[in-house]
Write a protein of this length. Structure first.
Length: 531
């Protein structure tokens, strides 16, 4: 097993290991070659006599032993393989670029990415680069500033078992009376989408949830929850995470102490970036953050953070955290449990040239209800009004990304699926530009590190002529009757959204989007706009 390479407490053992390591091959048993679970990760390591300086060869995310053997004789030509091949199969193709040469400078790069400055370089945790191209991007990201520079304050929320046993909350399905009664769980969140799924009344298990229709969300929407507060509300409020906040930054003038020295304040008073704690390193996405409003609590399978001294940066924080590059960092260190020490190591840099464009897109994605009105008003700037899409699906009647007002309205959140996809993609590009990552490098990361997302882009996600995501049931009829050239009656191309009960008529043509082409177009457009 690989735990001695990744456990925070195994530093001294790692230091001795790195000095002796010659080969490190990391496998995933997805092809079920061995009698362990198919998603188990394990290593085959070759050791030798102790060296003064570490020097070994690493290959990660291997699915067959033959791959690494043949990579030694490969000539290095062609695109470097990733997690899956272009046909969606686990990628067992050999390539010289699979072999990553690790020395003391490589460990120093890993240390800059993962560790506190006082951690010895030889004790740094391992980073898993699937090929040389991704290793080069990691080297760039290692030199970037970190989220930790922002003085983030974190909350683990309610412990789902212990705090429930103490009587702070209990199971009860339904819509809370206000956001002060909201207790969020991990499935509520998706990337830049705070109200993604709601639990079903049956509450049978953690997958007994239904995706919501963002087009049909009410302006004053409050999410359905499985838990409700219980007992004395003063005790409920007092027992939740509190932060030490400087007097000038308190949410509300009444919060300041008379002497201006500051005081303890509930984390629930702030807009926060929240993310699912449990992560799947080979899924569509691994790091899943969204903004949650004041009042809301959450269980410990969500973590949240805010910057009391600078609430204006929260949209930027959620943008960087929700980017493909931040997700790539998490995948490279292969964390299944994302808590605050890991979140603090994510890259974050403020580029004044890109700030307004990034903030606008983050706010329009996350501010899905009127409870976000104060955050929208505080973040609004006249620069928003000059922003334009860099591309995407140009459906009839499409509004520009900068077609907004200073006050939050039901038109503020992006509700059309194609527009939300484009805004997320443009954030990916803006974050990459701020971090000095090129279009070629970002496309390589997407292609090699996000095979599930790439597969959905190629085959699953079709958008209709109005920009809506076409459900699978409608796609099945569309394919059976000849695709965009078929002849249909209205009922063939209609479907009811399970989350809202709204029936939609989907207009052909149905189209997929080429993410790499859209990324390159966005890079070009933003580059032209930069001074």
């Amino acid at each position: 097993m690989e735990s001695h390479f990744t456990d925070e407490k195994a530093g001294p053992l790692r230091a001795e290991t790195y000095r002796r390591l010659r080969r490190h091959w990391q496998f995933i048993n997805e092809k079920k070659l061995f009698e362990i679970k198919d998603n188990k990760r394990f290593g085959v390591n070759i050791y030798g006599a102790e060296r003064e300086e570490p020097r070994f060869i690493q290959a990660a995310s291997l699915y067959h032993p033959d791959t690494v053997i043949r990579s030694f004789s490969h000539d290095g030509s062609g695109d470097e393989p990733g997690i899956k091949d272009p046909d969606g199969n686990w990628d067992i193709r050999p390539h010289r670029g699979r072999l990553v040469h690790v020395d003391h400078e490589t460990l120093r790069t890993w240390s800059e990415m993962l560790e506190d400055p006082e951690t010895p370089v030889l004790e740094t945790r391992m980073v898993y680069a699937v090929n040389k191209a991704t290793a080069d991007v990691l080297n760039k990201l290692a030199g970037a500033p970190r989220m930790g520079q922002l003085n983030l304050q974190f909350s683990p929320g309610w412990h789902e078992k212990n705090d429930r046993t103490k009587g702070y909350f209990d199971s009860e399905w339904g819509v809370p009376e206000s956001w002060d009664d909201v207790i969020l769980q991990g499935s509520h969140l998706s990337v830049a989408r705070p109200m993604f799924k709601y639990p079903n009344p049956t509450m049978l298990h953690n997958t007994d949830w239904t995706e919501q229709d963002i087009e049909a969300l009410a302006p004053d929407e409050i999410p359905v929850t499985s838990y409700k507060p219980r007992g004395d509300r003063a005790k409920y409020d007092a027992a939740y995470t509190h932060w030490e906040v400087p007097a000038a930054e308190h949410q509300g003038a009444e919060a300041a102490e008379p002497n201006g020295s500051g005081r303890s304040q509930s984390a629930r008073d702030f807009y926060r970036v929240a993310w699912r704690r449990m992560a799947a390193n080979t899924g569509e996405r691994t790091l899943i953050p969204a903004l949650i409003p004041p009042g809301a609590a959450h269980t410990h399978l969500i973590y949240s953070a805010a910057v009391a001294e600078r609430p204006d940066v929260i949209p930027l924080v959620v943008a960087f955290a929700g980017s493909l590059l931040a997700d790539f960092v998490i995948r490279s260190i292969q964390k299944n449990d994302i808590i605050y020490p890991t979140f603090k190591t994510l890259p974050y840099v403020e580029d004044a040239r890109l700030r307004s464009a990034t903030t606008l897109r983050a706010l329009r994605l996350n501010c899905v209800a009127s409870e976000y009105a104060r955050l929208w008003a505080a973040g609004f700037t006249d620069e928003f009004l000059t922003e334009r899409w860099t591309g995407g699906l140009a459906y009839e009647g499409r509004a520009e990304i900068g077609d907004v007002t200073p006050e939050w309205t039901p038109a503020t959140p992006l509700r059309v699926a194609a527009d939300r996809r484009q805004a997320l993609l443009e954030i990916d590009v803006l974050v990459a530009m701020a971090l000095g990552i090129t279009a070629d490098e970002l496309c390589t990361i997407y292609r090699t590190q996000f095979p599930v997302l790439a597969g959905y882009d190629r085959t699953r996600d079709h958008y209709d002529a109005d920009g809506r995501l076409v459900p699978n049931s409608v796609q099945a009829v569309w394919r059976r009757k000849g695709g965009n050239d078929g002849v249909y009656v209205e009922s063939d191309l209609s479907g009811t959204h399970p989350g809202a009960g709204v029936e939609y008529n989907y207009e052909i043509p149905f189209l997929t989007r080429d993410r790499e082409a859209d990324i390159r177009m966005a890079f070009e457009a933003f580059s032209r706009r930069m001074p």
